[in-house]
Design a protein around this ligand. Structure first.
Ligand SMILES: CC(C)(COP(=O)(O)OP(=O)(O)OC[C@H]1O[C@@H](n2cnc3c(N)ncnc32)[C@H](O)[C@@H]1OP(=O)(O)O)[C@@H](O)C(=O)NCCC(=O)NCCS
Length: 170
């Protein structure tokens, strides 16, 4: 299976914030943003694996800035690392100022997807090649985050999480 570059999985989803998608403060409802990120990340994971993909875990979401009604929101998703059957997808969320057109980073998220066959069984995926400095740094941290997610899900014993333990020994 040929390795694929991280850039090949880049997915950019741009959409507006409508009144039905806001909370009582007229800001984007968190669950709506989670759904948009899930959609962008799943396309990204599909582009890398060229398989059916399912969301295995939402590893991290930081709602750093509220997103007002009427905003133009862009979700940029890219696979940061591929393991055997699972992939980590990193997302950056940008909000565009109407007058200046300047994009400000509002949120960040990390999801894990698993490639599966028609019966839902996990299948092997190609390796991912990071190229830019940011892609390399996200690639390097991905194993640690995978272990943390597995420990939190009760699928790995903390004593087996070698990368995580190394982090606390630094
Ligand atoms: C995701 C799913 C396919 C994993 O199945 P499983 O029986 O746990 O399979 P495995 O134990 O072989 O794990 C498959 C891969 O997922 C990874 N994985 C499983 N749970 C994970 C978690 N919580 N965090 C990170 N990675 C996880 C495993 O480490 C493994 O990765 P690798 O093969 O790259 O090393 C299965 O749990 C599933 O179908 N879940 C429902 C998915 C879904 O419907 N999502 C939408 C929710 S509405």
């Amino acid at each position: 299976m040929d390795a694929r570059k991280a850039i090949e999985s880049l997915t950019v989803l741009t959409d507006m914030v409508l009144p039905s998608e806001t909370n009582p403060l007229n800001n984007l409802f968190g669950g709506e943003l989670l759904a948009r990120m899930d959609r962008a990340a799943s396309i990204s994971a599909r582009r890398h694996s060229r398989r059916i993909v399912v969301t295995a875990s939402v590893n991290h979401v930081a709602f750093n800035k509220s997103v007002p009604l009427g905003s133009v929101v862009t979700v940029e998703a890219k696979v940061s690392r591929a393991f055997k059957t699972s992939m980590e997808v990193f997302m950056d969320v940008w909000v565009e100022d109407r007058e200046s057109g300047i994009k400000t980073k509002a949120n960040e998220a990390i999801y894990t997807f698993v490639a599966v066959d028609e019966t839902g069984q996990p299948v092997r995926i190609p390796e991912l090649v990071p190229e830019t400095e940011l892609e390399i740094s996200r690639f390097k941290g991905a194993l640690r985050r995978k272990q943390l997610s597995l420990v939190l899900a009760g699928k790995m014993k903390p004593s087996e999480a070698t990368e995580l333990r190394a982090l606390f020994m630094e």
